[in-house]
Design a protein around this ligand. Structure first.
Ligand code: URA
Length: 202
């Protein structure tokens, strides 16, 4: 794949799974394609499906606040999801959908070439730590154990730092997670500063 625009236009005509029949828009991604930090969520919700942009609903507002708190904006980050189309009634993504949609995410990661990937919630944490192999997701621990702990993995022959974070929607259901999320976002800030120190081009 030559560039992200080419990938986006291919993705926008995707009919590989049943979600293509119920979607309003394909939700590809937003932010700076040259960013060193990539956030990966699960799947678009109702508002994202209507607007064709990830994280514009209630969870997105929480994510914006958390990013602002650590001094990041969409100039510094790119935000995408595992699934590019909304599952009806916001149900969880199923295996088949994840398998069919992951190749788009893999290409997105290659083209963006981030130094840090922040996975939002269980699904993206498991998929990324399984090195984007959906068949290995089951062997990865859940977000309750892994949140806030960074891990370096090799993706496409390149080292990348992965920081699992709770999904911002989880905070809406469980306000007790707010403090945990703030602490974990501080961890992101620290890790970014550490990368900046170590890598001249960060
Ligand atoms: N939740 C996600 O995982 N992604 C979105 O884009 C919106 C809500």
């Amino acid at each position: 794949m030559q560039n992200i625009q080419e990938l986006e236009s291919i993705c926008k005509t995707c009919m590989k799974c049943e979600l293509s029949k119920t979607r309003t828009n394909v939700v590809f991604g937003k932010g700076n394609i040259k960013a060193k930090i990539l956030f990966i969520g699960e799947a678009p919700g109702k508002n994202e499906d209507i607007q064709g942009i990830p994280f514009v609903g209630a969870a997105g507002k929480e994510l914006d606040k958390l990013l602002n708190k650590i001094g990041l904006s969409l100039d510094d980050a790119y935000i995408a999801n595992i699934l590019k189309c909304r599952p009806p009634e916001n149900r969880n993504p199923n295996n088949e959908e994840i398998k069919l949609c992951t190749p788009y995410l893999i290409e997105q990661i290659k083209l963006i070439n981030p130094e840090v990937i922040c996975t939002l919630g269980n699904y993206s944490t498991k998929l990324i730590l399984a090195k984007c192999n959906p068949d290995n997701m089951k062997s990865i621990e859940g977000i309750t154990k892994l949140h806030g702990k960074s891990k370096i993995i090799v993706l496409d022959e390149k080292e990348v730092k992965v920081i699992p974070i709770y999904h911002p929607a989880a905070m809406l259901y469980n306000p007790k997670l707010r403090e945990t999320m703030s602490i974990d976002f501080e961890k992101i800030k620290e890790e970014i500063n550490c990368e900046k120190k170590n890598k001249k081009n960060f």
